[in-house]
Write a protein that binds this ligand. Structure first.
Ligand code: FAD
Length: 155
């Protein structure tokens, strides 16, 4: 694993209308466990029915997971933003931290620093900009680690 070429995959998707916050928290918890086993790192953003995820790791591990993600019935319109080799990971822990914003208003204040478009549409961002945005949000401790945190944040 030490000399393995690392890759980064960034995609965007939309939650199905029936997906609740509990489901989102369950996806994040399960992902965290699974990704640790596969040496995959990254971050998953959820804001008002929209997902943005960065995955980092080996090419085989990323491909295997992305195939599953694409056919997961809990979201639609899975759109690839970037898949490219990287020198080092942006997210160091074996984790899938969930960055959660209860309202898009709050999120857009952070988002516009990275985009010239004021509506949340990651298709206008590069994979690198998406990754930097997610990293900044994690550093500002916008992530939740437990379902209870998610419920508290959603008020
Ligand atoms: P299980 O979790 O046991 O799932 C088996 C099957 O059941 C899968 O096909 C799964 O899609 C389906 N399934 C499970 N729960 C439900 C449900 N509540 N409703 C409908 N179908 C369900 N997985 C990761 O491992 N890492 C990630 O980083 C990751 N990110 C994700 C991001 C998003 C936005 C979404 C929607 C899903 C993500 N997943 C992630 C889940 C992924 O799509 C697969 O479900 C998961 O990897 C399968 O895990 P498993 O093999 O342990 O099987």
């Amino acid at each position: 694993m030490k000399n393995m070429q690392l890759y980064r995959l960034v995609y965007y998707s939309e939650a199905t209308p029936e997906l609740g916050l509990d489901d989102v928290a369950r996806i994040a918890e399960k992902s965290s466990r699974n990704n640790r086993r596969r040496c995959l790192t990254g971050s998953l953003l959820y804001c008002e029915g929209k997902f943005l995820q960065t995955l980092e790791g080996g090419i085989r591990q990323i491909n295997d997971l992305y195939r599953k993600i694409m056919i997961d019935p809990r979201h639609i319109n899975v759109s690839l933003i970037e898949f490219s080799p990287i020198q080092k990971r942006a997210f160091e822990t074996w984790d899938m931290s969930l960055v959660f914003f209860p309202s898009s208003q709050e999120f857009l204040e952070e988002y516009v620093k990275y985009s010239h478009v004021t509506e949340f549409d990651p298709m206008y961002l590069s994979g690198g900009a998406c990754t930097d945005l997610l990293k900044e949000l994690l550093q500002k401790r916008r992530h939740v680690t437990h379902l209870a945190d998610l419920q508290r944040k959603s008020g």
